[in-house]
Design a protein around this ligand. Structure first.
Ligand code: BES
Ligand code: MN
Ligand code: ZN
Length: 546
């Protein structure tokens, strides 16, 4: 049989860092060819560690042979940094002279890059300012290291060393920052577009002398956490012809395998049989059939039970209420909530807090088709409520409604969902901040604390009851959209109908899951938001008294 490309899919295997890409092609008779090429995307969270070692390096960094030497320094303590002292000596005093001439003060994120012209073992020297010691918190340290590693190593360096300042730094944070900065999504580049070099080794030098086993462990945990963030980034960056609902299930299976988590995946038939008619309806117009995914992390000792739910629309064309062409390609990221809850449970399984955590993903593709659901259709949700469809482009709240109803059956202490739910959230808060809603003030404060520690932006929005009146349907229990005004709020009010009496947080992450440009810990493209916030939330819940 002859293979012809299906739509925009790439009908040949791509050589990649992680192996050949799974490519969905179509036979001439129209049938789909699925398993011809092995899966390519990082299904097991190994995407960074396979290619790269990040380790503590012994001794002073000034004499190491490397492509890039980053010396991170605190404001007011440049000349006191032992590596700076050694390098300045090797350069006959020229380094500190240069620092002075260029007015490098080591303000946070300030950098000074110098070619070493053969006078040092490092090919390039970068001084990175970390600001005043009193101002340096975990979020700033992580973001600053990530940004510096990203911009100083891009595509040309194989070996990078990082010298830390003489301060009490959290090595986990250092590991997270460095590994988050290394992230690149280059698998679909060929020939000249491939990076000239990829980082293979990062050596980290502590200015506090010999690092102990505890520090080494913290660094390793930090790198593993960043790998979990990379799972989410990879899943969002993958094109929608690869990252289908089944593709998301494969990512989840990879996480389950690696961390020995329990997993349940329902296919299209299973979703219907389970009574998730809203989820089924959204998926019925696509050849890439829907999947319902449930991963569980159940530690022996457990204080609380938190259930994460993610919107996994692998492509949102709008369905019959089709979106305009301009910008439609961004809707490959409409599964970013799902990617985040998968990344979060992978991170949780790495850090192993005493909290039971579940990750539920409602995955479907929203397409126009003869079989697609339509405005005016009525469906019965998992918990028995009837819903009248108004606009097929408001598909996210439908798949989430069934997934939230499913989550309540686990009798959790808290449900947290993440969804690229509304354009209105973007209008309200811009592209760098998520909107969140909470039924309980204590959990809202806990989310704000977690976000601050993680270095991610969240802003609480009100569940305005008066907007809920618009969700009454003339022929069913509910209609699923209200008018334009307060669109993020009415979407949240619709979701609230399905969480019963359980405490609940809804995160509308439509903005920050994709970045227009690299900044701090976020690269351009998929950011991995809000994996770190969710992980931090779980860890803090594990420490808090019940
Ligand atoms: N996935 C979109 C929301 C979205 C828009 C995310 C832009 C990221 C960037 C969602 O499914 C959607 O289409 N929402 C509609 C709802 C409306 C039809 C009630 C919206 O926000 O316009
Ligand atoms: Mn939509
Ligand atoms: Zn959507």
């Amino acid at each position: 049989m002859r293979l012809i490309p299906a739509g925009s899919s790439v009908a040949r295997p791509c050589k990649t860092r992680y192996g050949p890409a799974r490519v969905q092609a179509r036979f001439a008779d129209g049938s789909l060819e699925r398993a011809r090429f092995p899966l390519s995307f990082a299904t097991n969270g190994d995407s960074l560690s396979m290619a790269l070692q990040i380790q503590l390096a012994p001794g002073d960094a000034s004499g190491v042979v490397c492509d890039v030497l980053v010396v991170s320094v605190l404001q007011g303590a440049i000349a006191a940094h032992p590596t700076v002292v050694a390098l300045d000596k090797a350069l006959g005093g020229a380094l500190l002279e240069h620092v002075k001439a260029l007015e490098f003060e080591a303000k946070l994120d300030q950098t000074l890059e110098l070619p070493t012209l053969g006078r040092l073992k490092a090919k390039k020297l970068v001084l990175l300012g970390l600001g005043k010691p009193g101002d340096l918190d975990s979020a700033r340290l992580r973001a600053s290291l990530a940004g510096c590693v990203r911009s100083s190593s891009g595509g040309t360096a194989r070996i990078l060393h990082l010298a830390l300042p003489d301060a009490d730094l959290d090595l986990r944070c250092v590991g997270e920052g460095v590994a988050l900065g290394v992230y690149r999504f280059t698998k679909y580049f060929t020939g000249d577009r491939r990076p000239k070099a990829e980082l293979a080794k990062v050596g980290i030098h502590s200015a506090r002398g010999v690092a102990g086993a505890a520090q080494k462990k913290q660094l390793d945990i930090g790198v593993a956490v960043a790998e979990a963030v990379a799972i989410a980034r990879d899943a969002v960056n993958e094109p929608p012809n690869v990252m289908t609902p089944e593709g998301l299930a494969e990512v989840a299976r990879g996480i389950a395998r690696k961390h020995k988590l329990k997993i349940k995946v329902l296919d299209k038939k299973g979703i219907l049989a389970a009574g998730m008619n809203l989820h089924y309806a959204v998926g019925q117009g696509s050849e890439n059939e829907p999947r319902f995914i449930h991963l569980s992390y159940v530690p022996k000792k457990k204080s609380k039970k938190i259930v994460f739910v993610g919107k996994g629309i692998t492509f949102d064309s709008g369905g019959l209420c089709i979106k305009p062409a301009a910008g439609m390609q961004e809707m490959k990221s409409d599964m970013a909530g799902a990617a985040a809850v998968l990344g979060a449970i992978a991170a949780v399984a790495t850090v192993k807090p005493d909290v039971e955590v579940h990750a539920i993903v409602a995955a479907a593709e929203n397409m126009p088709d003869a079989a697609a659901y339509r405005p005016a259709d009525v469906f019965t949700s998992l918990d028995g409520k009837t819903v009248e469809i108004i606009n097929t482009d408001a598909e996210g709240r439908l798949v989430l409604a069934d997934a939230l109803a499913y989550a309540t059956r686990l009798k959790p202490d808290l449900i947290i969902d993440a969804a690229t739910l509304t354009g209105a959230a973007l209008v309200a808060l811009g592209k760098t901040c998520s909107a969140f809603y909470a039924t309980d003030d204590d959990v809202a404060r806990a989310l704000e604390t977690a976000a601050r520690t993680a270095g991610e932006q969240f802003w609480r929005m009100p569940l305005l009851e008066e907007l809920g009146e618009q969700l009454k349907s003339d022929i069913a229990d509910l209609k699923h959209t209200a008018d334009r005004w307060g669109g993020s709020i009415s979407a949240a009010l619709f979701l609230r109908e399905f969480v019963g009496k359980f405490p609940w947080i809804h995160c509308d992450v439509a903005g920050p899951v994709l970045a227009d440009r690299a900044k701090g810990m976020y690269p351009k493209g998929a950011t991995g938001h809000p994996v770190l916030t969710f992980l931090t939330f779980v860890e803090q819940a594990g420490r808090a008294p019940r």
